[in-house]
Design a protein around this ligand. Structure first.
Ligand SMILES: *Cc1c(COP(=O)(O)O)cnc(C)c1O
Length: 467
């Protein structure tokens, strides 16, 4: 074993070869050195653990190929584009919503040039960053006022901190939800300094439960949209209109955390009913908060709309300064919201909406096109088509299966797990699903212009294995 250590080439010989490689030569010299050093440590480790067991494992051509792959892999940007072939439209791990073209263009403008972010072009004096979206939000939702912050978790925190700090907020036990691990209603409540007053049972809460819990300590009635699960069977939630009426009677604001709030009416698309922000406000809710990057299909943001007196107080909260939205987000959000001025335009141009509402015919045609593209793999894999289901994701439309047409890849001579792994380390990683006997690609979330890249990625992984 000790003699093997001596067969690891010197740092200089590694560096010489790395610098001969066109793509690697442009990397900073110190980075090349560090990574070559890491690779040499890895070789030593492999000798100790027996992975490298004989001299031939350290043959120069083999080591050069390995060190190049290692350096290439370790020097790639960490945050990268991937191809989402999972069919989950709002996939939190894959960045939730992708932006409409107009939104992307607006972000580019906003960061390549100076802007009127906080300048009133009427007076030449200081303006407010909220002015860019407030009017639009009011027009689209029917609200009197609105503001935007970093994300919906921040929006909830800010609403609670402003309207209920040190006092009680009444919430049904059936709505104390956890969203993706780090957002839990009771925890956010604690952070805000508001006191949670739970009422009802997990499955059933009645209006009387709220009514009996109201004291002079009560600051607010809160409803949380149970967006990522459904209670079925023996259950009851208080009707929103009844809750609003109670709030009015007792002079208490009613706040709804709508989670993945939508401005678009999905009801013609055979999906389970999801209330729009407009409907919730129309029902008389005083303050509503929702995410920018879930069903809305915009950038990560938290949107707060509602009655002017409450929203003005929220705007003045000092905490707001720490949660404020940045200019790139604001640019993307305004452009996204503008598309909603015409619902047909929004449906066509906001990718999240287009993907959710894609018709069976569109998906079948897309699947066929992808299958034809993948026909170049016929020597190494069986390519097929089968019916399947996609999910909306992002805690929206839980339990809602969207019928889709999947393209299946069944490699001959490579197992599915190896294909799945290989695609994760591709230059543009491809994320798909392994279902039964096949690696499945859902065309719902793959753009037609990605078919070439997708095909090349699979081709590369399958070819690498036969080497
Ligand atoms: C998603 C969600 C949140 C958190 O929103 P982010 O924009 O991810 O911060 C809060 N409440 C509900 C009900 C949600 O669905």
């Amino acid at each position: 074993m000790s003699s093997l250590f001596r067969h690891i080439p010197s740092m200089d010989s590694f560096l010489q070869d790395l610098q001969k490689d066109q793509t690697l030569a442009s990397l900073p010299r110190q980075l090349l050195k560090d990574l070559a050093g890491e690779f040499m440590d890895l070789c030593r480790e492999e000798i100790r653990s027996g992975v490298i067991a004989e001299e031939s494992d350290l043959a120069w051509p083999r080591l050069v190929a390995r060190v190049k792959a290692y350096v290439r892999n370790r020097s790639r940007p960490h945050f990268r584009r991937v191809i989402n072939a999972t069919g989950v439209v709002i996939h939190t791990n894959l960045g939730r919503s992708i932006l409409a073209r107009d939104a992307v263009a607006s972000v580019l403008q906003g960061c390549r040039h100076y802007s009127n972010l906080e300048l009133s072009l009427e007076t030449g004096q200081r303006g407010s960053r909220y002015s860019h979206v407030e009017e639009l939000l009011c027009r689209l939702t029917g609200a009197e006022a609105g503001l935007v912050v970093n994300n919906n978790a921040a929006a909830v925190l800010l609403v609670l901190d402003t309207l209920a700090k040190g006092r009680e907020v009444i919430v049904s036990r059936g709505q104390l939800v956890e969203i993706g691990g780090s957002f839990r209603v009771p925890e956010v409540m604690k952070k805000s300094g508001a006191v949670l007053r739970e009422v009802g049972a997990t499955n059933r809460t009645h209006l009387a439960d709220y009514e009996e819990a109201i004291t002079d300590q009560t600051a607010m009635l809160m409803k949380v949209h149970t967006s990522n699960y459904r209670i079925i069977g023996f259950h009851k939630e208080v009707d929103l209109a009844e809750l609003v009426a109670l709030g009015r009677r007792r002079d208490l604001p009613v706040f709804e955390d709508l989670g993945s709030g939508n401005l678009f009416d999905f009801s013609p698309y055979r999906l389970m009913p999801e209330p729009t922000v407009q409907q919730v406000l129309k029902n008389g809710v005083d303050v509503v908060s929702f995410s920018g990057d879930k069903l809305l299909g915009g950038p990560q943001a938290g949107i707060i709309v509602g009655r002017k007196d409450y929203v003005e107080r929220i705007k003045k909260n000092q905490l707001n300064r720490a949660l404020r939205i940045d200019k790139m987000t604001l640019a993307a959000l305004e452009a996204t919201l503008r598309l909603y001025l015409d619902p047909a335009v929004a449906r066509a141009q906001v990718p999240t909406l287009a993907m959710i509402t894609a018709s069976a015919d569109e998906l079948r045609a897309k699947a066929r096109r992808l299958r034809r593209k993948l026909a170049v793999l016929a020597d190494v894999a069986d390519i097929g088509i089968r019916n399947g289901f996609s999910r909306v994701g992002g805690g929206s439309f839980p339990e809602q299966d969207l019928p889709t047409v999947l393209v299946t890849v069944r490699p001959r001579g490579m197992d599915l797990e190896a294909l799945r792994q290989g695609l994760l380390s591709a230059d543009i990683p491809v994320i798909g699903r392994v279902e039964e006997d096949a690696f499945c690609l859902d065309p719902r979330t793959v753009m037609a212009e990605e078919f070439g890249l997708l095909t090349r990625a699979i081709q590369t992984v399958l070819a690498a294995d036969t080497d």
